[in-house]
Design a protein around this ligand. Structure first.
Ligand code: ADP
Length: 389
């Protein structure tokens, strides 16, 4: 029995893969109507910070794994000490949930990362401002500030245009009770990339090919495998991601997000769980990220990550501005030839991530065009900055 903490779409798709393999599942969900509830074998309602709820999950699961990073490391450590298998391990989670710790660790290990400073806000605003000044001195304004914990989809990431803006951000962060802040160079990004690596309990690992991702305002809009990058750059992204994965040593899927800039590849961040940039692998790869995550945490052999087509395009579906529900538009989307539609069963709200679609093909432009056609039929149009010609 696999126990999953968190009832979002990642857990839902993990359960879909588990169902195909005949693996029993139990979910710890915060709300009884979360996206994963309908796909879980058993459901417990509770929060990951509640030791009793986590113990109840541990009591019926052979292994506990995660849909998201909003976990309580002290609670997980207690469970692990009392014999519960928690995967990825607590040490890997500790690293992955804190952007500053992760960044420092990668830098120390020789993984290429954006120029950065970790601000210790407990030393006061003047010390923090001096550190920001050092980044701006090396890289120029604007610089990027990032909350070290709890950020996702661009929440917790702010460009700082000037010294004055930096001073205001430092004050705000201190007032919010944060103890650290990550500040880094604004990278002139040519392309964003992602590489997913799955690692088994015996340390063996497999990596899916690097994919090109398009982020708008910190939110992933489309994923192209392999995208438009040179084979050389894709190979280097793969190498860099595997180095980062060895450092984190997370059992299960680790998503590594990278920037390509001036022919160089930099690791931005990692997530120790299945990831939006790997949804293409459900139909587009021989083994999906969800299946390999399950195989990894259950010490089963990992499956091939080879793509099933020369080109795969995956596009995220969001709640349309008028509040309409993409589920009502399913017929139009399914008319697009070869489109695989995934809707997560979430209540439609404008801008909320509600699903994704994937199209495989021989021609990258054609696959991408059909994926956007399908997303368009569900009410998601390409945002400004995403061009289809
Ligand atoms: P989150 O954890 O919210 O996803 P990220 O660190 O991935 O935060 O940042 C979100 C997006 O912001 C990235 O996908 C990228 O587009 C942009 N970004 C982040 N860091 C930098 C940087 N140093 N330089 C330029 N853009 C950045």
């Amino acid at each position: 029995m696999v126990g999953v903490v968190g009832g979002g779409q990642l857990a839902r798709m993990l359960f879909e893969a588990a169902s195909a393999l005949g693996i029993d599942t139990v979910l710890l969900s915060e709300q009884p109507d979360d996206a994963a509830v309908a796909a879980a074998g058993r459901v417990l309602v509770g929060t990951p910070g509640d030791l009793l709820a986590m113990e109840a999950l541990a009591a019926c699961a052979d292994v506990i794994t995660f849909d998201h990073e909003q976990v309580d490391l002290a609670v997980l450590s207690q469970l692990a000490e009392h014999g519960t298998t928690v995967l990825p391990g607590v040490a890997a989670l500790e690293l992955a949930v804190d952007k500053a710790t992760m960044r420092q660790r990668f830098f120390d290990a020789g993984v290429a990362v954006p120029d950065f400073e970790v601000l210790d806000l407990r030393q006061g605003a003047a010390v923090a401002m001096a550190a920001i000044g050092r980044v701006a001195g090396r890289a120029g304004w604007p610089v990027m500030a990032k909350a070290t914990r709890g950020g996702y989809d661009g929440k917790g990431v702010w460009p700082l245009e000037s010294k004055e803006a930096a001073a205001a951000a430092v004050e705000r962060s201190i007032a919010s009770g944060a103890s650290t802040l990550l500040v880094e160079a604004m990278v002139p990004i040519d392309t964003e990339l992602a590489v997913l690596v799955a690692t088994g309990t015996d340390g063996t690992s497999v990596a899916w090919p690097a994919v090109e991702t398009t982020q708008v305002d910190g939110v992933c809009r489309e994923v192209l495998a392999p995208g438009h990058l040179s084979a050389d750059l894709l190979a280097r992204a793969g190498d860099m991601a595997r180095r980062a994965a060895r450092e984190v040593a997370a059992v299960g899927v680790l998503a590594v997000e990278l920037f390509a800039t001036g022919g160089e590849v930099l690791v931005n961040e990692v997530a120790a769980r299945p990831h939006n940039t790997g949804h293409w692998s459900i139909e587009g790869a021989t083994t999906s990220q969800f299946e390999n995550h399950l195989r990894a945490v259950l010490s089963l052999p990992l499956g091939s990550t080879a793509p099933r087509a020369p080109a795969v395009a995956s596009v995220n579906v969001f709640g349309p501005a008028d509040g309409s529900d993409p589920r009502r538009m399913l017929a139009g989307a399914l008319r697009v030839e070869g489109a695989h539609v995934h809707l997560y069963g979430k209540e439609a709200r404008p801008g909320r991530k509600l699903g994704h679609v994937t199209v495989l093909g021989d021609d990258p432009d054609d696959a991408r065009r059909r994926a956007w056609q399908c997303a368009g039929a569900l009410g998601t149009l390409p945002p400004p900055g995403v061009r289809l010609d």
